[in-house]
Structures are given as structure tokens and as C-alpha cells.
Ligand binder design. Structure first.
Ligand code: HEM
Length: 350
């Protein structure tokens, strides 16, 4: 009897050691991901100049009486209603914030071209973006002035990496100093070409990536750094669109949704050791783990380009446990509200 008790005790101790080691290894894959909102003085100056450059460009290009639109991602391929359904098979370590909830959120989803006017040809090279706004998200948000918002936004585009490795590169790009940018960092030319040269049949069958990282977990704790992705529905579901149609992307998305609901998959990719938070021009290598389904409502009839014009999507409109990381977060915290304020005020006066 005594030997049986000793055996059980030994086995339990062994099990505890093994489990404990597992937990330790898991914790070691997490990092202190500090709140990085401060930034350096040099960076603050660059950010403030970027805000000024965006507003100056908007003022210069705006035609009296015209609707004041977004500085970039001006052209929409439709804003659609959807349900963001949290999956039940999420690994425990990813059940944080929004992904800890069992259930679903109502969402608005706006697809866009990154550059050029709202009337430009969709077949021309371009970045393709998607912005997802969840409704009914409880808890304070990071964005100053929007702390009590019940919305949480995700912004993604159709390349894995972000074309600007550092804040100086972005500063040159925003200031229209393309020559100086390529001279400063010749790699950016290839990154930009990669970003815009992808043939897109339909916004709903395209894969999108947050490109830049976000926290997963509360500040002050060990937490993960993650990126998001949104995988398109099987492209075999929909036929090849008419590429000569100037607005074929919106027409293709609406035609698909006229037939019935369409589902895309939202995933999380965890940063691995040695991968960068600040430089997002190099891809991360971790698996994309599905955490939610984005199910678009069926649409009746056509959807106008102007649908969703009045909305503001901002990656900083986020729960603190999902706060943006790295210099792009610090830039976007200032630039997006400035552009939104400019266009809202202009439209009120029209
Ligand atoms: C520091 C880098 C960036 C700057 C300066 C920047 C700038 C902007 C600006 C000014 C807007 C218009 C905001 C408005 O008026 O509401 C915008 C929208 C957008 N951006 Fe960025 N952006 C940056 C990085 C990114 C990244 C990394 C992504 C995604 C991977 C992204 C995706 C989008 C999308 C999808 C929209 C359209 C949102 C909508 O539909 O309203 N941006 N961006």
C-alpha cells in the first residue's frame, strides 16, 4: 500500500514538473511588450510634419463644393454589413480581449484602393485595403477622445509586409519625396512594386494582412505581439470580372453578395523570437491561427461607392489589450484623426 502511495506521489510530481516546464516554455515565448506610445523627440517631429503634409495636400487638392474624401484609401469598393463570429476552437493563449468572448459582433466592412481618386480604374496597380469595424465592444479604447467608443477597428491590406521599414521612409513617402526615399533606402522601390502589383479579382476572394503588429494582452504583463490576417473566400466561387469596367471590384463584390452570404476567415499570427516589431518590411514566419469568421450579409441590389464615406476607421480605436505596436501605431494615432477631422469639418461646411 505504502509503495503504491509513493508511486502515485512520484508520478504526480513528475507530471507537475512536465506541466510546469511546459508552462515555463510557453511564458518564455512571451515578451515584455512595453507601451510604446512615447516615441523619441525626432520621431515626434517627423509625425507632426506628416500630419501637416497630409492636411496641406488635402487643402490643395480639394475642389470647392466637392465631397472631402480620405487622403488615401479614397476609393471604396463598397461598405458591407457582416457578423464577426468568434471561433470556439481558439487556443487558450489567444483567448484575450475580443477573442475571449464566446459569441459574435456586428460589423461594418469597407474595401478600398490605397491610392488614386474614387473614379480611377480598378485594373491599375494599387494597394487594396479592408477596414473592419466591430460594434458592441465593451471596455475603454486607446484612441484619445474615443475612450468610450463601443467600436473596435481592424485595418488590413493585401500584402504581407509594410513597404516602409522605418519612420524616416514613411516621412519621405508622405512628403512626396520619392527620389530621396529610393536613394535613402533602395529596397523600398521593390517593396512598393510588390505592394501594388497583385491581380485582384474580387475584394471578397483576396487575402489581407495587418502587416504591422499589435499587442495581445494587457500592458505590464507578459504578453504576445501578433499580426492579423483575413483570408478570402475560395476564388472558384466567383467568375472572372470584367477588368475593363472602371469599378469592377465593387461590382464583383456586390454581384457575389447578391447571391448570398460570403465568409472570410480572420486569423492571428504570433511573433517568433528574433522577429521585429519596429520594421514590418520583413515577413513573420508563424502560422496564421483562425480565430473568427467574418460572415457578410446578403446584399439586395447595388451598393454605392459613397457608402461608408462618413465612417472613421482607425487602428488605435482598440481595446488596450490589442493596442498597436511600433512606430506605425504612433504615426497613425496622429494622422488618422487629423485627416478624419479635416474631411468631416469640410463636409459640414459644404
Ligand atoms: C504609418 C503608416 C500609415 C499611414 C501614415 C497611413 C495613413 C492613412 C490615412 C491618412 C488614411 C485615411 C484616414 C481617414 O481619413 O479616415 C488611411 C486609411 C487606411 N489605411 Fe493607412 N496608413 C498607414 C499604414 C497603414 C497600414 C500598415 C495599413 C494596413 C495594412 C493601412 C490600411 C489602411 C486602410 C485599409 C485604410 C482605409 C480605412 C477606411 O476604409 O476608412 N494603413 N491610412
Amino acid at each position: 500500500m505504502i509503495s503504491k502511495i509513493v508511486k502515485i506521489a512520484l508520478l504526480s510530481t513528475l507530471a507537475l514538473v512536465v506541466l510546469g516546464k511546459g508552462t515555463l516554455m510557453y511564458l518564455q515565448t512571451q515578451e515584455q511588450v512595453p507601451n510604446n506610445w512615447a516615441g523619441t523627440d525626432t520621431e515626434k517631429k517627423l509625425i507632426s510634419e506628416m500630419v501637416d503634409a497630409v492636411i496641406a495636400k488635402q487643402q490643395k487638392e480639394h475642389q470647392p463644393g466637392a465631397v472631402a474624401k480620405r487622403d488615401v484609401h479614397t476609393k471604396s469598393h463598397g461598405t458591407f454589413n457582416a457578423t464577426f463570429r468568434i471561433r470556439q476552437d481558439i487556443p487558450e493563449s489567444l483567448k484575450v480581449g475580443i477573442f475571449a468572448k464566446k459569441g459574435e459582433y456586428r460589423a461594418q466592412v469597407r474595401f478600398s484602393n490605397g491610392a488614386m481618386s474614387a473614379d480611377s480604374y480598378d485594373a491599375l496597380p494599387n494597394v487594396r485595403g479592408v477596414a473592419i469595424k466591430l460594434h458592441g465592444v465593451d471596455g475603454k479604447k486607446v484612441l484619445p477622445g474615443d475612450e468610450n467608443s463601443s467600436e473596435h477597428d481592424f485595418l488590413l491590406a493585401n500584402d504581407v509586409v509594410f513597404f516602409a521599414p522605418g519612420v524616416e521612409d514613411m516621412h519621405k513617402l508622405v512628403n512626396g519625396e520619392m527620389g530621396a526615399l529610393i536613394k535613402q533606402n533602395p529596397r523600398v522601390a521593390a517593396l512598393l512594386a510588390d505592394a501594388v502589383l497583385k491581380l485582384v479579382k474580387n475584394p471578397l476572394t483576396t487575402d489581407y494582412f495587418s502587416q504591422v503588429p499589435y499587442a495581445l494582452g494587457a500592458e505590464g504583463n507578459e504578453r504576445l505581439a501578433v499580426k492579423y490576417s483575413l483570408t478570402g473566400a475560395a476564388s472558384s466561387l466567383f467568375s472572372m470580372p470584367n477588368l475593363f469596367d472602371r469599378h469592377y471590384l465593387r461590382h464583383a463584390a456586390v454581384a457575389s453578395l447578391n447571391k448570398g452570404p460570403v465568409t472570410m476567415t480572420f486569423s492571428i499570427q504570433v511573433k517568433q523570437a528574433g522577429e521585429s516589431i519596429e520594421d514590418s518590411s520583413k515577413p513573420w514566419t508563424g502560422a496564421h491561427i483562425p480565430v473568427a469568421e467574418l460572415i457578410f450579409d446578403k446584399v439586395e441590389g447595388m451598393v454605392a461607392e459613397s457608402a461608408g464615406e462618413e465612417l472613421s476607421f482607425n487602428p488605435v480605436r482598440a481595446l488596450p489589450e490589442h493596442e498597436p505596436l511600433g512606430w506605425p501605431g504612433r504615426v497613425r494615432k496622429e494622422v488618422y484623426p487629423a485627416d478624419f477631422k479635416w474631411r468631416s469639418e469640410k463636409n459640414l461646411k459644404n
